[in-house]
Design a protein around this ligand. Structure first.
Ligand code: SAH
Length: 273
């Protein structure tokens, strides 16, 4: 789609491409917080939590542009256009995205449009879902005894223009983190098993990581599809595959509030008996 700019006029505003982190409001960077406080317009995704949206100043225009707001990915060009248009009428236009804008966030695509339109911009990184999940589920992504490296991949297997490189993802000394993979769990399981990854490789699916509703489902590669179809699994969810998942048993320190209140209820029930 051709980007419409206003002839003879320069966009006086600036676009800030900002990562909002994985959910917990305290994981916002200080820079992201400062930028949000000065925002005149904020275009945000469905993944951005309500607590973070509550930090946007009252006078700022808030525009939901995520899939859950009724726009599908074909509307990406409309978002790009809106960013450019807003930069003509607003000083600080914030494009707020879940996690980090340069990790499966289409941040690059949006910036290309902004560059083409000659609009000024800055990028503020965010804590990506993999880092948030790793910390809050007690799964170090690398560990000298288990994994010398980690790969972040998209599980949108069929939509990718290039085929999945299962052979390299099946490396047993590497941790695999899969974004957007839940609906393709069966393909992922088959791809990795066929490429020789052991059926007993530990896997974790972490849903709503870093939030008060975080849930961690642990299993092994041969039951990845069953884990992914667990009735209590709520999106967004991330898969972590590799030996490091075993450490979750001892390094898991985070008790989401919902579980905490259940625990308190249990304790209360026990003490009132
Ligand atoms: N730019 C984002 C990723 C966008 S892709 C980032 O850096 O984190 C969207 C995918 O991210 C989801 O399908 C899910 O796999 C993952 N994700 C994002 N937030 C998550 C969370 N709080 N818990 C678990 N997975 C999450």
């Amino acid at each position: 789609m051709e980007i419409v700019t206003l002839p003879g006029q320069a966009a006086g505003g600036k676009v800030w491409l900002v990562g909002a982190g994985p959910g917990d409001v305290d994981l916002l960077t200080v820079k992201a917080y400062r930028v949000l406080q000065n925002a005149d317009a904020v275009l945000y995704d469905a993944l951005v939590s309500d607590e973070i949206l509550a930090l946007i100043p009252k006078h700022a225009e808030k525009i939901a542009v995520g899939k859950r707001a009724g726009l599908h990915s074909a509307a990406q060009s409309e978002i790009n256009q809106l960013l450019v248009t807003k930069a003509y009428t607003r000083k600080n236009v914030v494009r707020l995205k879940g996690g980090d804008p340069f990790i499966f966030g289409r941040g690059g695509e949006e910036l290309e449009t902004i560059v083409d339109a000659g609009v000024d911009f800055e990028v503020v990184p965010g804590i990506t879902a993999a880092s948030g999940t790793a910390a809050y589920a007690g799964i170090p992504l690398t560990h000298r005894d288990y994994a010398q490296g980690v790969s972040f991949i998209t599980g949108h297997c069929k939509l990718e223009s290039r085929p999945m490189d299962w052979q390299s993802y099946a490396n047993p000394n590497n941790t695999l983190v899969i974004y957007m993979g839940i609906l393709n769990a069966d393909l992922i399981k088959a791809g990795l098993l066929n490429a020789g990854r052991a059926a007993q490789t530990p896997v974790a699916i972490v849903s709503k990581a870093t939030t008060s509703q975080q849930r961690v489902f642990i299993g092994s590669l041969d039951n990845l599809d069953e884990l992914a179809s667990h009735p209590e699994l709520v999106m967004p969810a991330l898969m972590v595959i590799g030996e490091v998942v075993e450490l979750a048993g001892s390094l898991n320190w985070f008790t989401p509030k919902t579980q905490q209140s259940q625990l308190n209820d249990l304790e209360l029930a026990a003490t009132t008996k």
